[in-house]
Design a protein around this ligand. Structure first.
Ligand code: GLU
Ligand code: MG
Length: 444
């Protein structure tokens, strides 16, 4: 059921003295875009008449077809907790439509809805996501530019006084709560300067909207504390990087379809098929879940990030872990995803991979309960454990070879994503890095 009607919105903005409306959407690379309109334009926006120039958005459309429309999703209406001088600011998250009134294929949010329809055709009602985004806080310099200086020496679950980021994190949590987030946990992560805030799971669209809002709030509040928050996957060599573990489950009419009290590990066949599908396609969807050059510096042994394709109900080195809770909270935790991923695209490919497992009744390999980091390549091969791609270039080649994943993105998103990412890889490949000079300058 819809949360707000048009009349509710008009009444609330009046009562709350909202003066500006932000219409938000996400581009292919996962960046939030935002058009701010004065309240006088609200009715026009609610009539889906807000036009923008799609050709100025990365990977959207060419100049010739540039008129696009934003259709606000009324349920995403939120008033920001901060007040502008002349009144409050509220926002809607929007889907992007073509001038002829058809949904725009290149809109990541719309695309996820399209894949969700495929799930519904198989009889499931919800795809739920509980994300665990991690991030680093770095100090800002006098000019307001981020430095590489951390503001604490804390470690996992540490408390002040080592954790100076704690005040900042607490403010972030308060602000998120004011915006309606249900925060489940907030703690220092393993690396100095690294934090994690977990919020309650929701259906995939809402959870992705929440991730986008979350990143915006974290960055805004950090700045007020003289800090720069980054979701870059591996900002520092030699310590943990930042992941965004995704807890996933399928529901059927309010029942968790992954739970079977009589199944092995109390997992249903549906859960097993889903796991098998995710494992099968993992090397090929990694370009989407780990979309930057830097993402692959995180997926290396020894830093709690997965680099091999396996699953386990016990330890944390595999790609998929099954957290201990059962019943309604039965879920799989996909540990490879990083917070640089466009969440809508990441969910589309994960869901498509899992559904492929369900449709084809795929069986997962046996769970691996050993620490995979310490196994030799031969031992891994003997257990059928393959590697995740080691570079963005490899990941893109894999992506192109997988029809299931390509069709989860749709033609437009697939082509524009690959094009943008190949340029990114090429820029990295041809740049001369500091590491090379350190290695070779005096040697040769
Ligand atoms: N930071 C680790 C990663 O890169 C995860 C740590 C954890 O288990 O929460 O995925
Ligand atoms: Mg964590």
């Amino acid at each position: 059921m819809a949360k707000y009607t048009r009349e509710d919105i008009l009444r609330i903005v009046e009562e709350e003295n909202v003066k500006y409306i932000r219409l938000q959407f996400t581009d292919i690379l996962g960046t939030i875009k935002n058009v701010e309109i004065p309240i006088s334009q609200l009715e026009k926006a609610l009539d889906n008449k807000m036009m923008f120039d799609g050709s100025s958005i990365e990977g959207f459309v060419r100049i010739e077809e540039s008129d696009m429309y934003l259709y606000p999703d009324l349920d995403t209406f939120v008033i920001f907790p901060w007040t502008a001088e002349k009144g409050k600011v509220a926002r809607f998250i929007c889907d992007v439509y073509n001038a002829d009134g058809t949904p725009f294929e290149g809109c990541p949010r719309y695309n996820l809805k399209r894949v969700l329809k495929e799930m519904e055709a198989l009889g499931f009602t919800d795809f739920n996501l509980g994300p665990e985004p991690e991030f680093f806080l770095f100090k800002l310099d006098e000019k307001g530019e981020p430095t590489l200086e951390l503001n604490d020496k804390g470690g996992y679950f540490d408390l002040a006084p080592t954790d100076l980021g704690e005040n900042c994190r607490r403010d972030i949590v308060l602000e998120l709560e004011e915006m309606g987030f249900e925060i489940e946990a907030s703690h220092h992560e393993v690396a100095p300067g690294q934090h994690e805030i977990d919020f309650k799971y929701a259906n995939a669209i809402k959870a992705c909207d929440d991730i986008q809002t979350f990143k915006l709030v974290v960055k805004t509040v950090a700045r007020k504390h003289g800090l720069h928050a980054t979701f870059m996957p591996k900002p520092l060599f030699g310590v943990n990087g930042s992941g965004m573990h995704c807890n996933l489950s399928l529901f059927k009419n309010g029942e968790n379809a992954f739970f079977d009290p009589n199944g092995e590990l109390q997992l249903s066949d549906t859960a097993r098929h889903f796991i098998a599908g995710v494992l099968k396609h993992a090397p090929n969807f990694t370009a989407v879940t780990n979309p930057t050059v830097n993402s692959y510096k995180r997926l290396v042994p020894g830093y709690e990030a997965p680099c091999y394709v396996a699953w386990s109900a016990r330890n944390r080195s595999p790609l998929i872990r099954i957290p201990a809770s059962r019943g309604m909270s039965t879920r799989i935790e996909v540990r490879s995803v990083d917070p640089a991923a466009n969440p809508y695209l990441a969910m589309a490919v994960l869901l498509a991979a899992g559904l492929d497992g369900i449709k084809n009744k795929l069986t997962p390999p046996a769970p691996v309960d050993r620490n995979i980091y310490v196994m030799t390549k031969e031992e891994r091969l003997a257990e059928g454990i393959v590697d995740l791609p080691a570079t963005l270039a490899q990941a893109l080649e894999n992506l192109k070879s997988d029809e299931v994943i390509v069709s989860a993105l749709g033609k437009h998103l697939f082509e524009h994503f690959v094009e943008a990412k190949e340029i990114e890889w090429d820029m990295f490949r041809t740049a001369v890095h500091q590491w090379e000079r350190e290695q070779y300058m005096t040697l040769y």
